[in-house]
Design a protein around this ligand. Structure first.
Ligand code: GTP
Ligand code: MG
Length: 431
């Protein structure tokens, strides 16, 4: 079913027989030495070491850490996350592993608090931003004059293990939104987590429902390579298992005389490494044994390439001009530089004009305010002068009244003195 989502791998083209008739195929009879080329590559790769970056996206407590521990059969110590983060975070840890002299630098990135937010955007955006940020780091290194890609720690995500909750029903909206937002940026392998929660028939039905939903939503999953008939057959059978039903456990349980990794239930033991019980071994094979290089190649050749070309196009770079003729990078850079310079000049002139306009407007406002204040001052001065004149008039009137009063008082006192004198004279006369 998932085949409908597939694109043809690059090797499908590379491995077709050469069609050019000018090329003759010869089988050498002597030993020249180039048969040792693969050995050179192996030696070089072993010296350099391998890197692999896995992103685990899934709700809090869905079994991400347990599955990674089970895949690598190692306890990669990890603390449990809370359900109360306001934003989704990403926990990044790098481990140096060694298996029979083959060194592997493994980076595991796990979501923290995924699905615990009310807003779906708050859940999927940090994941998208993280993937883009790793592409951007690589692009910046590539664009440097002094590049050190050989020593550069390539943190681009090679595979995203998307953990689906074993509801037995259908995918959640957040699952669809997140997978749709990242399917052009990363190789997605969907997993049904804690698959031991579902019965065999429920699991089969759930797998079909999930695949139907993924296809109808146009979500692109990792495409298993199909170089030739054998690999195409292998890929088709792997396709049939998608989404992988996984069960994680680090516990050892006794089955007969053997100790196996599994989960013990009252009705029996689920052996995580038994292909009849779950798809863990298949997933491990794909990730570590058969498809690691392909996952890395698809990341570099398609997913990173698409990010890179989009980014450069956004910056205005193009391979062909308007006349469909190839454009040299140098010419384009010069033209862009000139365009940027002109744009800056234009913006500077506009800014200056806007500034002058603002200054003029402010000046006019200040002038109006100043005139208003001056008028107010004149008015108050006039009112004050009128008040002073009025007060002066009142004072003058009061002074006149005081003078009149004193005159009247003096006249009254004089008349009183006269009356007293006359009375005394009368009294004296009568005596
Ligand atoms: P956070 O990092 O806290 O988000 O959790 P996580 O997704 O890493 O989950 P973790 O691996 O810590 O597992 C949470 C619980 O689920 C533990 O109690 C595990 O034992 C249990 N668990 C993990 N895998 C499985 C599984 O496949 N089946 C069942 N039944 N339980 C599982
Ligand atoms: Mg965890």
């Amino acid at each position: 079913m998932a085949t409908a989502l597939r694109r043809l791998g690059p090797c499908a083209r590379m491995r077709q027989p050469l069609q050019n008739e000018n090329i003759r195929c010869l089988t050498t009879r002597d030993h020249f030495g180039f048969e040792c080329l693969p050995t050179q590559l192996v030696t070089k790769s072993l010296q350099k070491g391998f890197t692999f970056n896995i992103l685990c996206v899934g709700e809090t407590g869905i079994g991400k850490s347990t599955l990674i521990n089970t895949l690598f059969n190692t306890n990669l110590k990890d603390s449990k996350s809370s359900h109360f983060y306001s934003n989704v975070g990403l926990k990044v840890k790098t481990y140096e592993l060694l298996e029979r002299n083959v060194p592997l630098k493994l980076t595991i990135v796990k979501t923290v608090g995924y699905g615990d937010q009310l807003s779906k955007e708050a859940s999927y955006k940090p994941v998208v931003e993280y993937i883009d940020a790793q592409f951007e780091l690589y692009l910046q290194e590539e664009l440097k004059i002094k590049r050190s890609l050989a020593d550069f720690h390539d943190s681009r995500i090679h595979v995203c293990l998307y953990f689906i909750a074993p509801t037995g029903h259908s995918l959640k909206t957040l699952d669809l939104i997140t997978m749709k937002s990242i399917d052009s940026k990363v190789n997605i392998i969907p997993l049904i987590a804690k698959a031991d929660a579902l019965s065999k028939s429920d699991l089969q039905r759930f797998k079909s429902n999930v695949m139907r939903e993924l296809i109808s939503s146009g979500i692109r999953l990792y495409q298993f390579p199909a170089y030739d008939e054998t690999s195409a057959q292998a890929s088709a059978s792997t396709d049939g298992l998608l989404p992988f039903a996984v069960v994680g456990s680090m516990e050892e349980v006794k089955v007969g005389k053997r100790m196996v990794r599994g989960r013990q239930y009252p009705w029996g033991v689920l052996q995580v490494e038994n292909e009849n019980h779950c798809d863990l071994v298949k997933l491990r094979d794909i990730l570590l044994c058969t498809n690691m290089e392909d996952l890395k190649e698809q990341t570099h050749t398609y997913l990173y390439e698409s990010y890179r070309s989009n980014k450069l196009q956004k910056l205005g770079f193009t391979d062909v001009g308007p006349d469909n003729q190839p454009v040299s990078f140098q010419e384009l850079y010069k033209a862009k530089r000139q365009e940027f310079y002109d744009q800056c000049k234009k913006e500077e002139a506009e800014l200056k004009q806007r500034f002058m306009q603002r200054v003029k407007e402010k000046e006019a406002t200040f002038k109006d305010a100043e005139k208003e204040l001056q008028d107010k001052f004149e008015h108050l001065k006039r009112v004050q002068q009128e008040e002073i004149i009025k007060l002066e008039e009142d004072r003058r009137k009061l002074e006149e009244e005081i003078v009149d009063f004193y005159k009247m008082k003096a006249a009254f006192e004089a008349s009183q003195t006269q009356v007293c004198t006359n009375t005394k004279k009368d009294k004296d006369r009568k005596k």
